[in-house]
Write a protein that binds this ligand. Sequence first.
Ligand code: NAD
Ligand code: LMR
Length: 337
Amino acid sequence: LEKKSEKEALRVCVTGAAGSIGYSLLFMIAQGRMFGPYQKVILHLLDLPTMKKALEGVKMELDDGAFPLVKDIICATCPEAGFKNIDVALLVGAKPRGPGMERKDLLRDNGNIFKEQGEALDKYAKKTVKVLAVGNPANTNALIASLNAPSIPRENFTALTRLDQNRAEAQIAHKVGVPVENVNNVIIWGNHSATQYPDVTHATITDYPAEGFVENAKSTLCDKWLKETFIPSVQKRGAAIIAARKFSSAASAANAVCDHIHDWLVGTKPGKVVSMGVISDGNSYGIRSGLMYSFPVTCHKGTWKIVDGYKIDDYSKEKMQITEKELIEEKSQAVGK
Ligand code: NAD
Ligand code: LMR
């Protein structure tokens, strides 16, 4: 955001603030990674009452960082104090999955958290609050929260698929041998789950290190590699991290949360498309309305717009429908329709 040190600090709530993602995320926000180097913040750290002591420890460490952008830190163990007057809600607090589970297996337990938090946001947060669901299953949890917060616009609720986009763009960059910032506009369609469709059809790679390099390297991105290696590996990257670390991704998730909120609130760069789980309007790419589906979007100062008009081939269409079907099933499990 532009220089506004004299203006009001943003109130930003991180739920699950005593958990793994919270521990990375809070320090990234404090360093200016989310809102830029001038925007002050008041951090609301919300977790369960059993985590009160741990929350105080996180606050002590944030204090010890002496971060110029952090105007105040509030520790909360009830949604009223956590959500009071907030501008941004980062809904991280939820159970993570373990080995052998799919994210949707968490719906029964975590869905209730998002119902309660939707109701609490409706009561206590600013009506302009921008909400990002991170706790899994993130798309359906975002939908549950929005349905329980009728006084806040649906467009203000989003789900995190930016981690999938970052994973996909990093894998393409490694494969071709270009710096990761040279790869742009890989799209994540649908659910943050193993049915998501990472789509390179509309992606761009900037030539590097010399003209013609990408043209030559493109043969490495053959159909076989894309379909048999790239797509499944992005779809299952979360599980691969759990298998390796015994815990789910944390720092890379926090990093993606910063990317998502930064681009949404500040705006996407000209020509840059990012993926976000947003409420479908029924007019975009044939996806049923009322699902929290990940689409390609551009953003401008707190608003997002689905990028229209990409030509969708039969292969992509089928993949987009598979992940749509899963979201329809999750929605019906969560809210009965
Ligand atoms: P964690 O177990 O380390 O921390 C979760 C924290 O949430 C705990 O401190 C817990 O006490 C707290 N919590 C639980 N219920 C709460 C409630 N009702 N209100 C406030 N706090 C509550 O887990 P983690 O590794 O930080 O992961 C959190 C969630 O994020 C998991 O569901 C995980 O699957 C998900 N995740 C999503 C993505 C994504 O890309 N969407 C990426 C990584 C992780
Ligand atoms: C991830 O993608 O790393 C997270 O959603 C955690 C998980 O369960 O895979």
